[in-house]
Structure formats: C-alpha cells, structure tokens
Write a protein that binds this ligand. Structure first.
Ligand SMILES: C[S@@+](CC[C@H](N)C(=O)[O-])C[C@H]1O[C@@H](n2cnc3c(N)ncnc32)[C@H](O)[C@@H]1O
Length: 205
C-alpha cells in the first residue's frame, strides 16, 4: 500500500482530530495567526484547524488523493487552505517569512538524506522568531521492532525511526521550548500497546 491507496479509505485515522499537542503549544506560547506550512498534511486535519483559527496555511502533501481530500474538506469547512500537491523541497522553493511549521509524523516518511534537506528547508522558510512543531516515531516503536501486529497503520511506509535525542539535535540551533520522548498507549488496533514518539516545539533565533 502507498499513501494514495491509504487515503482512498473513506475514514482513516488521519481524517480525524487535529493534534492536541500542537494546539496546546500554540496557545501556551501565544503564537499569533500567521503564515504556516503543514509538511505532509495528509488529509488536512492540522491545516484545517490552523486555517479555522486564522492562520494562512500552505498544506504540503505529495499524495494526490490526500491533497484532493484536504482541498475538499477545506471547502466543506469553508476555510481557506492553499494546497500544494508536491513534496516539501518543491513546495517551499518560493516561500519565506513563514511564522509556523508543523510536521506531524511526516519527517520519518522521508529517506534520511532527504529528511536532512527537509529540516534545513523548514529552518530556511521560517522567519526569525518563527516556530516549529514536530512529532516523529522513535526506535522505541513496535514498528521499528518489526512487531507488525502492534505497529501503526502506516509503519510499512516509515523510512527512518528517530534515535533518542535525534529530533532535538536536528533543531539544536533553535531555542527548544518543549521536547519530550514518550510512549503513548494505543487501543485502536491489535492488542493494547504503546507507540514510541518524540515531540518538539522550538523557535528560530
Ligand atoms: C503519517 S502521514 C501524516 C499526515 C498528517 N501529518 C497527519 O498527521 O494527519 C505522513 C505524510 O507525509 C507525507 N510525505 C511523505 N514524504 C513527504 C515529502 N517529501 N514532503 C512532504 N510530505 C511528505 C505523506 O504523503 C503522508 O501524507
């Protein structure tokens, strides 16, 4: 399966609620509505939320099915989202002065060398004082340990599981405002199990 096939399923996990962790950080640090990029927007749950609270959002999504779904859902919700149906390095070429970037479980879907370029590009498009929220799967995850019954729905697409401290290290030239590595319980499929994740909220100097 690839992401086009995955997003052809009518109701996936990615069509559900936006990230509560992202919302919490935006509120805690009083991030005002600004231009934002959603890197690997999927079916648009985070883009839609950001647009609904006043952000000017570019939803970057290489899957045509995911990008089309995001456009359709934005229209239905009557919010304005600029959907860019391409990968991050293409999408951001003409962008700058972005105030907020979110990458929710998307960086690990890139080959490692590409991922490093993507992080560099996220840093470039952000204006000084701009924020990034990133969430990634770590090597603690059942998917990394090849425990297929408890891996996430998209584990077979993951190209890079993050090591301890790796996400923080990638943004070490930013002010790290929040960073945690944790196990999160998942009761949605297989037996009750945990996923390994790392979460970062940081600000460009
Ligand atoms: C696990 S999904 C997460 C979707 C969304 N962020 C969410 O949480 O609902 C990962 C997404 O990253 C996207 N992706 C993979 N490679 C990418 C790249 N090079 N540039 C931008 N997005 C990419 C995939 O197409 C996929 O939609």
């Amino acid at each position: 399966m690839n992401f086009d096939e995955f997003y052809s399923i009518p109701h996936t996990y990615f069509s559900q609620e936006h990230s509560g962790g992202m919302e919490e950080c935006l509120k805690k640090y009083n991030v005002p509505p600004c231009s934002a990029i959603d890197v690997g927007a999927g079916e648009g749950r985070n883009s839609l939320y950001l647009a609904s609270v006043g952000f000017n959002v570019y939803a970057i999504e290489p899957s045509k099915v995911g990008a089309d779904k995001t456009s359709r859902r934005a229209k239905e919700s009557r919010v304005n989202v600029s959907v860019l149906n391409t990968d991050i390095l293409n999408a951001t070429k003409d962008l700058k002065d972005i105030g907020f970037a979110v990458a929710l479980t998307s960086l690990e879907h890139m080959d490692y060398d590409y991922l490093l370029q993507a992080v560099k590009e996220i840093k470039r498009v952000l204006k000084p004082g701009g924020y990034v929220y990133a969430l990634v799967f770590t090597e603690e995850d059942p998917g990394y340990k090849k425990d297929s019954s408890n891996a996430s729905e998209c584990a077979s697409f993951i190209k890079h599981y993050f090591k301890k401290g790796e996400l923080r290290e990638l943004f070490s030239d930013f002010d790290i405002l929040e960073y945690s590595e944790y196990m999160k319980i998942d009761e949605s499929h297989g037996s009750v199990h945990y996923h390994g994740k790392a979460k970062l909220f940081a600000q460009k100097r």
